[in-house]
Design a protein around this ligand. Structure first.
Ligand SMILES: NC(=O)c1ccc[n+]([C@@H]2O[C@H](COP(=O)([O-])OP(=O)(O)OC[C@H]3O[C@@H](n4cnc5c(N)ncnc54)[C@H](OP(=O)(O)O)[C@@H]3O)[C@@H](O)[C@H]2O)c1
Length: 250
């Protein structure tokens, strides 16, 4: 298997898409740092990876992305421990279920903190570092949910739409120094985040999603729908006039 990246950091690596990305990267020979709150879960995943590789290929760093002041020092520590850094993936995310008549500021704030502010806290110093080095790839895991304001998940949609805009702006800054910024918009992926949702359409495994994301990251594309057919779905959804869309309970 060809190694696309030598040293990678995955934030949100203890579960779902982030875990699958870390495992894929390590299986290609990439040295990878795993970040999330659940240190014991990270240690289990790193143990699997290192046993399979026969060497220390995965390192773990327990961290809550709401502790934004810790990030600059932790990023430096991780780059030093890995021996370099050429790929940073932000996959941490929460999607609290809200009922149609529920307005919970606490849930909304948590989604903005983890899905958006945590991403900015990690990707700002990453962008500065990659700008200085004139190389590197940044991947942000957004969602097709950010392409439209659906009545079912106002704050989740907002967090992802804002993340997409932030990533585009980042790309327009650091792109001129050769740094790639990839906005990933998955459809439904079979992970603990959606475990309680029934009858979701076009679901793919986290493993399949990770393989597609790494292929797109290797090419340095600007926006990747995962899998690609969600681009067409999103186009259709974005074309529905507001006076109809507002009646759809999605
Ligand atoms: N699954 C889908 O259908 C789907 C579709 C579109 C987009 N996405 C996006 O894909 C990304 C990954 O989601 P997933 O489906 O893989 O969900 P998941 O299995 O629930 O994983 C979420 C990850 O986020 C981490 N996380 C949550 N809060 C955190 C915090 N405060 N600090 C640090 N890490 C935190 C979790 O680690 P700890 O709990 O250990 O901290 C975990 O590693 C998310 O951004 C999600 O919005 C998912």
């Amino acid at each position: 298997m060809t190694r696309r990246f030598a040293h990678a950091l995955v934030i949100g690596a203890s579960s779902g898409i982030g875990e699958a990305l870390a495992r894929h990267l390590a299986s290609e020979g990439t040295r990878v740092a795993l970040v999330a709150r659940r240190g014991e879960r990270l240690a289990e995943i790193a143990g699997d990876i290192n046993r399979a590789a026969g060497e220390e290929r995965a390192l773990t760093f327990a961290h809550d992305v709401c502790h934004r002041d810790e990030v600059p020092v932790l990023l430096q520590e991780i780059a030093r421990a890995l021996g370099g850094l050429d790929l940073v993936i932000y996959s941490s995310g929460v999607g609290h279920p809200v009922s149609f008549t529920e307005y919970s500021t606490d849930k909304d704030v948590d989604m903005i903190e983890v899905n958006l502010l945590g991403a900015m806290a990690w990707l700002n110093p990453t962008a500065e570092r990659f700008w200085r080095l004139q190389q590197g790839t940044i991947v942000g895991i957004g969602s097709v949910a950010g392409d439209r304001g659906r009545s079912g998940a106002p704050a989740y949609n907002t967090s992802k739409a804002a993340l997409h805009t932030y990533l585009e702006a980042l790309r327009n800054r650091v792109g001129r120094r050769g740094v790639k910024v990839v906005t990933v918009k998955p459809g439904f992926v079979d992970t603990p985040m959606v475990a309680d949702f029934k009858n979701l359409p076009m679901v793919v495994s986290a493993d399949r999603a990770a393989a597609i994301i790494l292929r797109k990251a290797g090419r340095g594309v600007s926006t990747a729908y995962v899998p690609a057919r969600w681009r067409l779905v999103s186009l259709v959804v974005r074309s529905i006039p507001s006076f109809i869309f507002k009646y759809l309970k999605v």
